[in-house]
Ligand binder design. Structure first.
Ligand SMILES: Cc1cc2nc3c(=O)[nH]c(=O)nc-3n(C[C@H](O)[C@H](O)[C@H](O)COP(=O)(O)OP(=O)(O)OC[C@H]3O[C@@H](n4cnc5c(N)ncnc54)[C@H](O)[C@@H]3O)c2cc1C
Length: 380
């Protein structure tokens, strides 16, 4: 039976990013790499956005960039210039096509369409089971959320960033195409943290996503009612829905990294690469993959790759608070944007701020509420 050097399970965002970084690096030319996914990834199944300074690896597939974002709420609204950052949009179909074209040029890459059942680290080899056969590999990078422990455990709260989005086309130019609406909390909160996310790709086309950070999902009609009400409030009456998308991204400080072993590394959302307090995953995965390919050149023990950092504690406090007082999300985020420079917030969310900068940002938040959360966490 052939043994692979690396097996990547799941060819979504993180699996493909890793495969791409491997094929553009000659270090991996002699490595046999197997990619497994149950689907053929050729649909536009998600729209990824992230902020980035200057040029980035994925610029070839970025289809829209904004220099301004809008933050809105009852107490504070502003259109903000985010330079030196740009907010970038990638349609997943473009991303998949671009990477698969590169992978197909390489003879050391094998891609199979099979359903992953499980895998086990046998110490010096990993056995990967699909619905078709067993594969052997030295190392596996898994992005398939097979374990549901993050949902059943009680130690860390689990919120979801959940939404339905409509791609809308209008006959007449109605969208301000130079500004992406990052969060608009002026929608009825109904006891939750609810906001509209709006990405205008031209004067006549935009994606509207009715989004919540909360525990429980809504019925389809509730999200759609939210989008309709928002369109109505903006006087947008004549439009066509050209595409729809929906998502549910787990927001949790559950320690996915504890499932890693010497030869198994969980990546992407399955590896805890989703920022717990925001649901943003794409850019974080990109940064982690960059570190990972460097790590692989020097290290053999994958369990040493992930470490907990100070941002994990900050995320935990915010999630503790949002899960207990979900109705206060709008006030919390408004306060954050009103009292801090947006580029500082973006840097903080990117986990690139110093401790002094963290303290400055946190001092603008409701201290008493956060101290209460710390105290309750300590008692736990
Ligand atoms: C609609 C949507 C929009 C999003 N927008 C953003 C955004 O704007 N910015 C951002 O930072 N994040 C965003 N996210 C969050 C995150 O970036 C994406 O979910 C991202 O795709 C996660 O990458 P991943 O590799 O962890 O998982 P995925 O991309 O979901 O890849 C997992 C892969 O595993 C495969 N798979 C699943 N089960 C099996 C099985 N049993 N056997 C074999 N293969 C299997 C799937 O087919 C899939 O290809 C969004 C998520 C969604 C759902």
């Amino acid at each position: 039976m052939q043994k692979y050097d690396y097996i990547i399970t799941g060819t979504g965002a993180s699996g493909l990013m890793l495969a791409y970084h491997m094929v553009i690096d000659p270090f991996f030319d002699k490595k046999q790499i197997l990619l497994i996914d149950k689907e053929i990834k050729n649909k536009n199944d998600r729209t990824w956005c992230f902020w980035e300074e200057g040029k980035g690896v994925w610029d070839t597939v970025v289809s829209k960039k904004w220099n301004h974002i809008f933050f809105g709420s009852q107490s504070f609204s502003d259109t903000i210039d985010i330079s030196p950052y740009q907010y970038k949009l990638i349609r997943s179909k473009d991303f998949y096509e671009f990477i698969f074209a590169r992978l197909q040029e390489k003879s050391n890459i094998t891609i199979v369409q099979e359903n992953l059942i499980g895998f086990v680290d046998e110490g010096d080899i990993v056995e990967v089971e699909t619905d078709q056969r067993i594969y052997l590999g030295d190392k596996i990078f898994n992005s398939v959320l097979l374990s549901k422990e993050f949902k059943t455990q009680q130690k860390y709260p689990l919120l979801n960033q959940h939404f339905i989005g409509w791609f809308i086309k209008s006959e007449t130019p109605i969208f301000e195409k130079e500004t992406a609406t990052f969060m608009d909390f002026t929608v009825d909160q109904l006891g939750n943290t609810r906001f509209m996310y709006l990405l205008p790709t031209s004067e006549t086309e935009a994606l509207f996503e009715y989004t919540l950070f909360s525990k429980d999902l809504l019925s389809k009609s509730e999200y759609e009612k939210g989008i309709k009400a928002y369109l109505d409030s903006k006087g947008i009456k004549e439009y066509q829905i050209t595409e729809k998308e929906k998502g549910c991204i787990p927001m949790t400080c559950y320690e996915f990294r504890k499932q890693n072993s010497k030869n198994i590394l969980h990546i992407g959302t399955a590896g805890g690469w989703t920022k717990p307090s925001t649901g943003f995953t794409f850019h974080n995965s990109d940064k982690r993959v960059g570190k990972l390919v460097k790590f692989l050149k020097k290290n053999n023990d994958l369990s040493k790759f992930e470490k907990r950092n100070k941002f994990w504690y900050y995320d935990l406090l915010l999630l503790d608070l949002l899960s207990k007082e979900n109705q206060h999300g709008a006030a919390l985020f408004s306060r954050l944007f009103r009292r801090n420079k947006t580029i500082k917030i973006l840097r903080f969310l990117d986990e690139e701020t110093s401790f002094i900068e963290d303290v400055r940002i946190m001092s603008t938040m409701p201290i008493k509420k956060f101290l209460k959360m710390i105290w309750e966490r300590v008692l736990k």
